[in-house]
Design a protein around this ligand. Sequence first.
Ligand code: FAD
Length: 288
Amino acid sequence: MKIKDLFIKDKPLFSLEIFPPKKTSPIETIYSTLDELVKVRPAFISVTYGAGGNGTDNRTAEIASIVKNKYGVESVAHLSCLYNSCSDVDETLRRLRDCGVDNILALRGDVVPDVPILNDFRYASDLVRYIAKSDIGDFDLCGACYPEGHVEAENLEKDVENLKIKVDAGATHLISQLFFDNDYYYDFLDMAAKKGVNVPIEAGIMPVINKKQIERMVTLCGASLPPKFAKMMQKYGDNPEAIVESGIAYAVDQIVDLLSYNVDGIHLYAMNNPYVVNKIYSAIEKLL
Ligand code: FAD
């Protein structure tokens, strides 16, 4: 089933994102995580694609297939393009088609130092256009978006104009980068609407569960930290149990506000952590 058909007016989607286990662990280790995660009945589960990954050596397609075929939950396979050629992409499309995965989050991917970029695709919109025109399978295509602007973009306005190119190329819905200040998200939604980005947009929420994770994420994506968040990190950052509980409470607070604003959906960066997902879901279940 295509994710675009799951968006219903006034009924927000609740979806999850997971990552494949490390190559040194057997792929079956994902089962115990999924056994728990599916209990929150996500609309879909998306599976990340290794940074700098090449379609031929990656577990994303296999896990997306397990989510769909073993657990009966719709899946979205992430696929990035800076380090893939057209024939690598074709091979991934055949694998996804053959295992019944209907949805792809088409990404450019981050630049990995010292790994030579292939020149078949420059932007995510090139990948979206390529897959939309391909006769291998019939995929629904999702794209990434950035409430505070992508770190490489000149400014937010230019980034949203580039986002419109991705939507015009065939992305039928969008998932946002994490953010900790909902006001940025609301301003972004306004600007996206003004620039003609008229597809459903899910808000990406990352619960903070340790200090290092958040320092790394913020350096990578440049999300602003509101004073309330910074205070929480200062008070509980060095207490591993307290930071998990306060991170969950912060995420719940953000989600309640987003749902009151009638957002199209919440995409929870689940980090393969059923405890955190369960606690957040039980707090917001009745609001969905
Ligand atoms: P693009 O949409 O191509 O944008 C990249 C930059 O190029 C932006 O600054 C944009 O403004 C600019 N741009 C776009 N089009 C044009 C144009 N036509 N002309 C000029 N400039 C343009 N990374 C992974 O490696 N694996 C994952 O699984 C993964 N999952 C993600 C999931 C989500 C929900 C999000 C938000 C990000 C994810 N990423 C993942 C990270 C992503 O790959 C990086 O943020 C990357 O730097 C940008 O990817 P993109 O698809 O948004 O790129």
